[in-house]
Write a protein that binds this ligand. Structure first.
Ligand SMILES: [Zn+2]
Length: 364
């Protein structure tokens, strides 16, 4: 399922619009009409949202291009109704790099705001008495469009620089704390503050602004999941794939049938399989894909017809932290482990979770 509309690649980075973004446009259209707006009001308001999101994309490019200067690539920049997301391939671990990458996004909006300030008569708006100003700012029109865009960029800077991890300001805070207390404790502290602020935003949001409440939910769970990830990566540090991989596993031959795979699942505890012949690993077959394969091809189809041949492998001497990142980031969470051409093990996320459970309990 393709859930995003691609807008092409810029500086080698894919820019896309998530399908939920269109709900924001729909919401704006309904809002304007419900306040007895005209068709031209709708055009100005949606035009404003689009212009604002161009600024958001530029903000994300600020993060992405700075990350690139530290050797970190970006998978894509995605527009959501609540803002933009630059999916960096990894989070910079060096505090200086994290600081620079985090601050680069809001810095872009500062530059945009300064440029707009030069061309927009901001003072003439602000010098008006409150009543006239309120009148002139009801609804977006040709007269106040640029002023609104200026104000929105200022708001973007202020909001993103709040120390609510994982917002940009929260990342800046973590980078600064990391220098003194190390990355794990810095993340714990930043995430605790992030979650506290998220709860505050949520309470304010449900009364005054539902989008703020929605953003608060993302901040809360974002803070939680990144905190867990940093703690887990810390526990895995110093270990290699061989320390955690499964070495007793069932190998399926390409000419065996799907029925044989079902028998194997029922008889043992394996859920996902490496398909291999005498020349080595040929593919993988995951239990989650098996039902669909049986429905389309029948239970007597050979495994070679349905196996996934586009699979990643790991080396037993790879750091376990790399395996963890790969298993969490990709859609497939099962990898054969090859030493040269020889299949020596398999690893999946459950495996790593077991390893983590014992590591965590042994630390106490
Ligand atoms: Zn940002």
């Amino acid at each position: 399922m393709t859930s995003s509309l691609s807008l092409g690649r810029y500086a080698g980075i894919k820019v896309q619009i998530h399908w939920t973004f269109w709900f924001l446009i729909l919401f704006i259209v309904i809002l304007v009409y419900s306040q007895e707006g005209t068709f031209s009001d709708v055009i100005w308001s949606t035009g404003f949202i689009l212009a604002l999101f161009v600024c958001v994309v530029l903000h994300e490019f600020g993060h992405a291009l700075t990350a690139r200067s530290y050797g970190i690539g970006t998978r894509s920049i995605t527009l959501l109704p609540i803002g933009g997301v630059a999916s960096l391939k990894e989070v910079p671990e060096d505090p200086r790099a994290e600081f620079m990458v985090a601050i680069a996004g809001p810095a872009v909006n500062v530059v945009i705001a300064i440029i707009l300030y030069i061309f927009v008569p901001v003072e003439t708006f602000l010098e008006k008495d409150p009543e006239t100003l309120q009148e002139e700012l009801t609804g977006i029109t040709a007269n106040n469009f640029m002023f609104y865009l200026f104000a929105a960029n200022v708001a973007l800077v202020l909001f993103n620089m709040l120390p609510a991890f994982p917002l940009d300001g929260g990342r800046v805070l973590r980078a600064l704390l990391s220098v003194r207390m190390g990355r794990v404790r810095a993340t714990q502290a930043a995430a605790a503050l992030g979650k506290f602020l998220a709860l505050t935003f949520f309470l304010i949001g449900i009364f005054y602004n539902l989008i703020l409440a929605l953003i608060a939910v993302f901040i809360y769970f974002g803070a939680e999941s990144e905190n867990v990830m940093v703690m887990q990566l810390n526990l895995l540090k110093g270990y290699i794939v061989r320390d955690a991989m499964i070495t007793r596993f069932t190998v399926i031959r390409p000419d065996q049938t799907l029925n044989d795979v079902i028998d194997n699942i029922l008889m043992g505890t394996d859920r996902n399989f490496v398909v291999a012949d005498e020349y080595g690993a040929r593919g993988i077959l995951l239990m989650e894909d098996l039902t669909e394969a049986i429905q389309t091809k029948g239970r007597h189809a050979p495994v070679s017809h349905v196996m996934d041949t586009n699979f990643k492998t790991l080396n037993p001497f790879d750091p376990l932290t790399n395996a963890y990142r790969e298993l969490r980031s990709g859609s497939k969470n099962f990898f054969p482990v090859l030493e040269g051409n020889k299949l020596v093990g398999v690893i999946d996320i459950d495996n790593i979770n077991e390893f983590l459970r014992f590591r965590a309990s042994l630390d106490y």
